[in-house]
Design a protein around this ligand. Structure first.
Ligand SMILES: [Zn+2]
Length: 336
């Protein structure tokens, strides 16, 4: 039984999230947070201890030292539901969760010491006033930014640029001087981070309050409502895509065993959105929508393929979707 069916079968799907009894205590998150606390100490940060709580997504409420962790990481079945519904889990295992925690710690340090008000910080990262756009358009492989979280996340906003830089600096065992030797812009930001962190060692933070914005204990929405908003939609249904899809599938050699093209497209739906996001910054929910659209069109055109062509066609569809994602980033359209 898949996770959607499991939740649809039970009443939990309609239960307010606050009534699911979610806590950090006693879960697999606890030992990870203990590891993280040790990392903080090892990084020389002794004046600040962030507070952790469960919320809808990763984040640090502005001017606070609280780190919000997505509630779906508190239980394995919720993590699986997230993977199925959103095609993207931010924190796919202990290692990945630590990457997110280091990033969030960057926000904590930024707010605690109001670094964003200082001249040096502003010169390197820019103004916090810059609009915060969910659909940012990164330039993949830009040497001005570090790369840490998927989607060239440092390019989203000055605050994220700093948080990503800080996360790299904080990563145990990472030789960032060597790793970013050929990324001069990113390297300069890392040098600044390393210096400022030495200066802050004995300084008391200006902000110490922990604000729990959207605490899981107060979430009145249900899982059903939570995932309704995740479904990516677009008004754009470019007719050209049908032709591209037909080219891919009708070039396939004749075969005795033929399968529906839509099945192949839907099979890659599980892994492709996160992967495309990692390298392009094209949002996972958009890729999922795109694949669903392609699958629908493939059915309408009754496209099929020979079973022995599957590896080649999987690569073909993946490349097509990646190219479309890049178009979207550059022009806001899949087929400009
Ligand atoms: Zn962030």
């Amino acid at each position: 039984m898949n996770m959607t069916a499991m939740f649809e079968g039970g009443s939990r799907r309609a239960t307010p999230i606050r009534d699911l009894g979610l806590t950090i205590q006693g879960t697999a998150l606890e030992p990870i947070l203990e590891t993280f606390e040790r990392e903080i100490t090892a990084a020389g940060i002794t004046r600040i201890r962030p507070r952790f709580y469960l919320s809808t997504e990763w984040g640090v409420p502005y001017e606070s030292i609280a780190i919000a962790i997505p509630f779906y990481l508190a239980r394995p079945e919720l993590t699986m539901l997230q993977a199925e519904q959103a095609c993207h889990v931010e924190g796919s295992g202990p290692k990945d969760i630590l990457k997110y925690l280091r990033h969030e710690m960057g926000h904590v340090i930024n707010y605690a010491y109001k670094l964003y008000e200082t001249k040096e910080w502003l010169e390197r990262f820019g103004s916090m006033e810059k609009p915060y756009e969910d659909e940012y358009r990164p330039r993949p492989f830009s040497r001005e930014f570090v790369h840490h979280l998927p989607g060239w996340y440092a390019q989203k906003h000055p605050d994220e640029d700093w948080a990503e830089t800080f996360a790299i600096w904080m990563t145990p065992g990472l030789d960032w001087r060597k790793e970013f030797a050929k990324w001069p812009g990113a390297h300069r930001k890392l040098e600044y981070c390393a210096r400022i962190m030495t200066e802050l060692v004995d300084r008391e933070p200006l902000i110490t309050k922990a604000e729990f914005d959207e605490d899981v204990a107060g979430l009145s929405i249900s899982l059903e409502q939570f995932y309704k908003g995740v479904v990516g939609t677009s008004n754009e249904r470019p007719a050209e895509l049908e032709q591209l899809l037909r080219n891919i599938f009708t070039e396939a050699e004749p075969s005795n065993v033929r399968l529906a093209a839509s099945d192949l497209i839907r099979r890659i739906q599980h892994d492709l959105p996160a992967s495309v996001y990692q390298w392009t910054g094209h949002l996972p929910e958009r890729t999922r929508w795109l694949l669903e659209f392609l699958a629908e069109r493939a059915d309408a055109m009754e496209l099929t393929y020979g079973v022995e062509q599957e590896p080649r066609l999987t690569i073909a569809v993946t490349s097509l979707v990646t190219a479309l994602a890049m178009n979207w980033l550059q022009s806001g359209q899949y087929v400009p």
